[in-house]
Design a protein around this ligand. Structure first.
Ligand code: SF4
Length: 311
């Protein structure tokens, strides 16, 4: 039986594309590429379960992936999302597994002309070239609009059973998903933090800073209220109880370091504040100044400032 590797991200497109190949008698193995900004592993596992196929989860090393985000060869989408570079990294992981499995081709749920970055014809064509698999990248959802691939021209796959989906309309994909009994999200991109322009801007400031890259956890840039002190230190404040609790959890996940501090108000209603990269004295000054700007005029004795070394 011929084999392929299909990319899954938990969205309908990838799962439907895999099913369209599976019903042609191909043994489908799947792969999900789960980055720290796009933790798709659980959703992808569910798709694989529905398809009843094996899945391999690849998680790039976080600081290596940050380098890709910091300097993408093919640029960004609307946020800090380097989709072409990221998809190329996914494809390379799939090619490695394809070779291990002695599989013949790779399948993706790409749809020509979708709004997401990387779905233009020129991008789709460039991908297989840069991944080193010319003619062996099959996109069943838009196959009839694309150059026939090797498995199609050799008769391994029947091109007539594929589709000519173009653009962002979802009806046809939903109908196919229903036919195959598949559920999943509409777009994997919605799980990727990097596509949000505001999040992207905060992350870019972090990438340009002097903080160690290992401290740039994805959750650090979830909080809208944050300011940089030069490029040395970051002050992050919670806007409500939920954010204050999340900041406390984030503090617990950051390394034990004298410049990673959590300030909590003592006896007055105020935000929890995380300071990263500043000395205790400077952090206290900056936090008190920030509170004064909000009309909270207190002395340092009313702040409990902790680090994980002296706790
Ligand atoms: S949306 Fe995120 S995970 Fe998906 S290709 Fe773009 S950068 Fe990668």
């Amino acid at each position: 039986m011929s084999r392929c590797v299909a990319l899954l991200s938990g969205d309908l497109d990838g799962a439907v594309a895999a099913a369209l190949v599976q019903v042609q008698g191909i043994e489908v193995h799947t792969l999900a590429y789960a980055t720290q900004f796009s933790p798709v592993e659980e959703a992808a596992r569910q798709s694989a379960e529905q398809l009843q196929v094996p899945i391999r989860i690849v998680q790039p090393e976080p600081t290596e992936y940050l380098q890709l985000v910091a300097r993408p060869r093919f640029g960004y989408g609307k946020g800090a999302n380097p989709c072409c570079d990221c998809r190329l990294a996914m494809l390379r992981a799939a090619v490695a597994w394809m070779n291990e499995l002695e599989a013949e081709f790779i399948v993706t749920g790409d749809v020509l002309g979708q709004k997401m970055m990387g779905q233009k014809r020129s991008h789709l064509e460039m991908m297989e070239h840069h991944a080193g698999i010319p003619g062996r990248l099959v996109r069943p959802l838009s196959a009839k609009l694309l150059t026939p691939t090797l498995p199609e021209t050799t008769g391994l796959l029947d091109r007539e059973r594929f589709h000519a989906i173009h653009g962002s309309g979802r009806r046809k994909i939903r109908d196919l998903a229903k036919r195959f009994g598949l559920t999943g999200s509409e777009k994997g991109a919605s799980r990727c933090r990097l596509v949000d322009p505001a999040y992207g801007a905060r992350l870019q400031a972090g990438l340009a800073s002097k903080l160690p890259k290992t401290w740039l956890l994805p959750e650090l840039f979830d909080f809208p209220r944050q300011r940089w002190i030069d490029q040395r230190g970051l002050i992050v404040s919670g806007r409500n109880q939920a954010e204050n609790e999340k900041l406390t959890l984030l503090f617990g996940r950051l390394p034990a370091d004298p410049t990673i501090l959590l300030a909590t108000p003592l006896g007055f209603p105020g935000p929890t504040v995380l300071s990263v990269g500043l000395s205790r004295a400077e952090a206290e000054r900056q936090i008190l100044a920030g509170l004064r700007d909000k009309g909270i005029n207190i002395g340092g004795e009313r702040l409990r400032i902790t680090d994980k070394l002296t706790e």
